[in-house]
Design a binder for this molecule. Structure first.
Ligand SMILES: [Zn+2]
Length: 424
């Protein structure tokens, strides 16, 4: 199916490719349906019913208008003040709000809860996840105190859900419809090719304000497990995206495969036809599907020690709205259970995930200078944990000065080598 999709895509878009080739990222080597703008899916034959009020969302078979979306978030905050709070992650280029629902359990209990993060629809036209996330918020909040599984989950995990991270793309056709949604933000930038990269590759475009806001928000938290949701395929995509598993397997690949299997198996018990359009297993290491640079998944894994995966949850990027309940039925238990997977992370493996081969540096920790063990053949870049470049040095330089940097953890990279450095 993958090859068929790929060939069909290649043939139908060969002319479009010429238009985009001059602005395309250096990779991908291969393309996935989600990777690159194929011809827009026609929404003409679809039912794209919109809900102009919170009440009209009650059947979950419509897409919310932008105002309805804001009203839903507001109404949960008012109805469940003990258990949720709406955070503003930031604003989009056109000034729309990027919101996050923080769901929390009993506040009086002084108990460590690991932080979990769901984030959907950074590609504005991949709207299934947007509605699934809204429905998940509704289900969890209404389940607290009524459903033991949800109550236990909320009491044991700090849950953050960002239903829509690219509102300008989704409401490209105006706030009252998603029908003319596009993949990109208002500057026509792909937000999933716009994050700091494990390679240190500079994104093709300046960092977009949607992503700057997200990076700042993520930097203020310590998410241990997360997922970003997409459409255009049905497959669980686990790290890395920047490397094939042959080049550089993710250190927790075995864990990822178990998590993916449980997700796919659970969804298939509710509908056996799903998660089959790309790989029969329903999951793949991202870079084995095809390699991308500057994506969010690897950014989260590499710079934040957060286990993030990419969930491609519907073959159709924009489902007919009357199909949304069916997708919820087969996804809801998997989506809930994925949050609980945070308890399967062995915290003794806590540590910053590095990629590529290690390069020797000393002394480490350091209070001022660091010497690189062998003369670097490539420029040297040092990142802070928000993924910001804090030091840049030319190739050949072996001494790096950390004196002026605040205390903390940094990643030094040169070529395919990296080192974690503690500035004390
Ligand atoms: Zn996508």
């Amino acid at each position: 199916m993958k090859n068929t999709v790929f060939k069909t895509f290649l043939l139908t878009s060969v002319f479009i490719s010429f238009v985009f080739v001059s602005v395309a990222q250096e990779k991908p080597l291969k393309l996935r349906p989600d990777a690159f703008p194929p011809k827009p899916e026609s929404t003409d034959s679809k039912v794209v019913a919109m809900a102009g009020s919170v009440e009209e969302m009650s059947g979950w078979n419509r897409y919310p208008t932008y105002e309805t979306y804001l009203a839903m978030m507001q109404s949960w905050a008012e109805r469940f003040p003990e258990h949720c709070r709406v955070d503003t992650i930031g604003t989009s280029v056109q000034g729309r709000l990027i919101l996050c629902m923080h769901i929390e359990g009993e506040r009086d209990v002084d108990l460590y809860r690991p932080q979990f993060f769901y984030s959907s629809t950074m590609h504005g036209d991949e709207v299934t996840g947007f509605v699934m996330m809204l429905r998940l918020i509704d289900t969890l909040l209404n389940g607290y105190g009524n459903n033991q599984q949800y109550t236990d989950l909320i009491n044991s995990v700090d849950i953050y859900i960002n239903p829509l991270s690219n509102p300008d793309g989704t409401y490209r056709g105006g706030n009252s419809t998603v029908r003319n949604a596009i993949r990109y933000n208002a500057n026509y930038v792909d937000l999933n090719r716009n994050y700091p990269d494990p390679f240190g590759t500079e994104p093709m475009n300046p960092q977009q304000q949607e992503n700057t806001a997200m990076i700042n928000y993520v930097g203020k938290h310590h998410f241990r497990l997360s997922a970003n949701l997409h459409g255009g395929a049905e497959v669980m995509n686990y790290p890395w995206d920047s490397y094939s598993s042959y080049e550089n397997p993710h250190p927790y690949s075995e864990w990822w495969i178990e998590v993916c299997k449980r997700f796919v198996d659970t969804s298939r018990t509710y509908s056996s036809s799903h998660f089959r359009d790309t790989y029969n297993s329903g999951y793949i290491a991202g870079g084995d599907w095809y390699v991308i640079s500057n994506g969010r998944q690897d950014y989260m894994n590499y710079y934040h020690n957060c286990r993030e995966m990419t969930m491609e949850i519907s073959s159709d990027k924009m489902l007919s709205s009357d199909k949304l309940p069916e997708y919820w039925r087969f996804l809801q238990h998997s989506l809930v259970n994925y949050i609980a997977e945070i308890h399967t992370i062995d915290n003794s493996t806590e540590g910053i995930v590095e990629a590529g081969s290690q390069i020797a540096v000393y002394p480490n920790p350091t209070s001022d200078m660091v010497f690189i063990g062998e003369e670097p053949a490539n420029p040297v870049t040092v990142y802070d944990m928000q993924g910001r470049v804090v030091i840049k040095m030319p190739a050949g330089v072996r001494i790096v000065d950390f004196k002026t940097l605040p205390k903390g953890v940094y990643i030094l990279r040169t070529g395919a080598h990296s080192a974690k450095i503690i500035r004390r």
